[in-house]
Design a protein around this ligand. Structure first.
Ligand SMILES: Cc1cc2nc3c(=O)[nH]c(=O)nc-3n(C[C@H](O)[C@H](O)[C@H](O)COP(=O)(O)OP(=O)(O)OC[C@H]3O[C@@H](n4cnc5c(N)ncnc54)[C@H](O)[C@@H]3O)c2cc1C
Length: 346
């Protein structure tokens, strides 16, 4: 297949990852972003291979984890920036039943790569609040969104075209794939929760799931691991932690609320008694889908028009590999995983 001239709309995590995959495959990239990011820039960027609620592995985790680790590390080398940080997640176990799950999983070879230790007696901090011990998760990490996005923007500017503007749908002709008179081979829409405004994909069920997150200063919380129970507590600077995140379905505004703040502070009390100092409070909107799977693929009428969306709460783990899979489906005609394809909604 000849090298493609690709137009990407949206410069959040999805747009960035597809732009980098295009550049690496030798395609020409024009990325348009209006500069109002509502999710990727607010995110804690955590990569957790497990789903604690049910103590299962995340969907396709054995593929996503090695791929994303290589992707972010390689990008750090190429951009000279530092944004990928491995960190152990320490789950503080909430009940006898959860302790049972962990004990079972710790002996299950399918989970062994992701569980470092299950310590029933562990009561290093606040023993009265942690009567069931804790467990440590391997292959967990976080991507510092601010540094990642800044480094990627510079990388895309150097290797393609980055335009800071709102995309004008009335200037786009989807059959010929022309925008403002310029012809492209492919157009990939990555507008996150704003996909509902897209005239070609607006009927897809990209849902808005609001999340709030605090940045606090504290002396008593651990610096070398991310505690988790009811909330996560991610050390990002000395004595500085991100506490998150709330999860409110079908809510499409980025206004931090008193209710969200109080909920996070209440949850934090399961991890420390300290009265922490809040230094930042933000809200964002995750693009989610009803079946919790991303939404990707080609428009049924316009073969040059595609979507990459619905990354949900685990975007930082999934986006690098999914971007590669989407590009291969567009350029090489490979079939996408049917759990991702947008025809599941038709
Ligand atoms: C509080 C919170 C915490 C989170 N924590 C984590 C976490 O720890 N780990 C994790 O993996 N994920 C986390 N997420 C989820 C993660 O942020 C998302 O999965 C992911 O960032 C979505 O990326 P996106 O590119 O699809 O959307 P977005 O980041 O919303 O990007 C969409 C982009 O499109 C642009 N755009 C939209 N419309 C137009 C237009 N018409 N013209 C031009 N540009 C346009 C916007 O400017 C924006 O930059 C969190 C989210 C929130 C809100």
């Amino acid at each position: 297949m000849k090298k493609q001239n690709v137009l990407i709309v949206g410069g959040g995590l999805a747009g960035i990852c597809i732009a980098i995959q295009c550049i690496d495959a030798g395609h020409s990239v024009t990325l348009i972003d209006k500069g109002v990011n509502r999710s990727s820039a607010v995110a804690a960027g955590m990569i957790n291979p497990l789903v604690f609620r049910r103590m299962t592995k995340s969907w396709r985790v054995d593929e996503f984890i090695p791929y994303s680790e290589n992707f972010y590390r390689d990008l750090e080398l190429r951009t000279g920036a530092s944004f990928f940080h491995p960190i152990v997640i320490r789950r503080c176990i909430a009940s006898e039943q959860e302790a049972g799950y962990w004990k079972d999983r710790a002996n299950d070879p399918l989970f062994s790569a992701y569980i470092q230790a299950f310590d029933k007696e562990d009561a290093e901090i606040h023993p009265e609040q942690r009567p069931f011990g804790s467990a440590r998760v391997n292959h967990s990490s976080y991507v510092s969104a601010e540094h990642f996005m800044a480094a990627c923007r510079t990388f895309i500017e150097k290797n393609g075209t980055y335009i800071r503007a709102a995309f004008e749908f009335d200037q786009f002709e989807p059959s010929a794939c022309t925008y403002l008179g310029q012809r492209f081979d492919q157009a990939i829409f990555c507008e996150g929760s704003e996909a509902v405004k897209n005239p070609y994909f607006g009927k897809l069920p990209v849902e808005a799931t609001k999340g709030e997150i605090l940045t606090v200063q504290a002396q008593s919380l651990p610096q070398h691991e991310s505690l988790n129970r009811k909330c996560f507590c991610l050390p990002v600077e000395p004595n500085t932690f991100r506490i998150g995140a709330t999860y409110v379905w079908h809510t499409d505004n980025v206004i931090p609320t008193q209710e969200g703040k109080e909920m996070l502070l209440d949850n934090l009390r399961f991890l420390t008694d300290e009265k922490v100092e809040i230094i930042d409070h933000r809200a964002g909107v995750r693009p989610t889908s009803p079946d919790r799977r991303p939404i990707m693929g080609t428009h049924p009428t316009y073969p040059k028009v595609h979507i990459f969306n619905g990354l949900g709460a685990k975007g930082y783990m999934m986006a690098p590999l999914l971007a590669q899979e989407l590009l291969e489906s567009i350029v090489d005609g490979k079939t996408l995983d049917r759990e991702l394809r947008l025809d599941r909604f038709f």
